[in-house]
Design a protein around this ligand. Structure first.
Ligand SMILES: Nc1nc2c(ncn2[C@@H]2O[C@H](COP(=O)(O)OP(=O)(O)OP(=O)(O)O)[C@@H](O)[C@H]2O)c(=O)[nH]1
Ligand SMILES: [Mg+2]
Length: 200
């Protein structure tokens, strides 16, 4: 496997671009303290985790208050077509402190890109306060997504990558890499693209 292509997806404002910067250890994606959509089209950056290359795609958020979900769905399709090869995994990011829309967004993603996407998803809980276990216990919604997405769930706090100790970031990135490898092996290294091209 030469490079893994990973898309960060989720509702607008949950911290997708912040997670991309956290993984890159650099301010590559735009993050702003404003309400409403910040990322208007996908962009990507390459990161090296333990000697493996990952191309991280930051994408347009679902459920912007003023718009429907055509824009994020089209954006993800474009990102997928960018190299014509689809994605090896998706980081589905939710804001643990405002998880009411997590299921709704998860359903919208499946509706737009096919149910098959679920077996490529890693659930990433942003802004976890205690442990992931506690967050899942406290939220039925998150627990349902956790089970549905194969129990591949991790917690992050990625407001600013600069404020997080490098060791913690490295460990989180290693965990993400392990899950990505696990997903990729389970699919014989075939990236997910079916749900993108069949609905063009
Ligand atoms: N407190 C806290 N704030 C966070 C965290 N992660 C992101 N934020 C803040 O949430 C806001 C939105 O973050 P973004 O990374 O721009 O979110 P996004 O999902 O890319 O948003 P769109 O591009 O609009 O879809 C910013 O003000 C971030 O600083 C976190 O772990 N904790
Ligand atoms: Mg963004």
């Amino acid at each position: 496997m030469d490079k893994y292509r990973i898309a960060i997806i989720g509702k607008t404002g949950v911290g997708k671009s912040s997670l991309g910067n956290y993984m890159a250890g650099d301010d590559v994606f735009m993050v702003q303290d404003i309400s409403g959509r910040v990322t208007k089209q996908f962009s990507r950056t390459q990161v090296d985790i333990g000697g493996r290359k990952l191309v991280i795609y930051d994408t347009v958020g679902f459920y912007d208050s003023k718009e429907g979900n055509s824009l994020p769905a089209d954006d993800l399709r474009k990102a997928c077509k960018d190299e014509g090869e689809g994605f090896h995994a998706f980081l589905y990011l939710v804001n643990t402190q405002a998880e009411q829309d997590a299921i709704r967004t998860f359903r919208a993603i499946k509706k737009k890109h096919g149910d098959g996407i679920v077996s490529y998803i890693i659930l990433v809980l942003n802004r976890v306060q205690g442990s992931v276990k506690t967050s899942l216990k406290e939220s039925n919604e998150l627990n349902r997504i956790h089970i549905s997405a194969g129990r591949r769930t991790i917690g992050v706090r990625c407001r600013s990558w600069k404020a997080v100790h490098k060791t913690e970031r490295d460990e989180t990135c290693q965990t993400i890499l392990r899950l990505v490898q696990h997903i990729s092996h389970a699919h014989n290294n075939e990236p997910y693209r079916k749900g993108f091209f069949k609905m063009m």
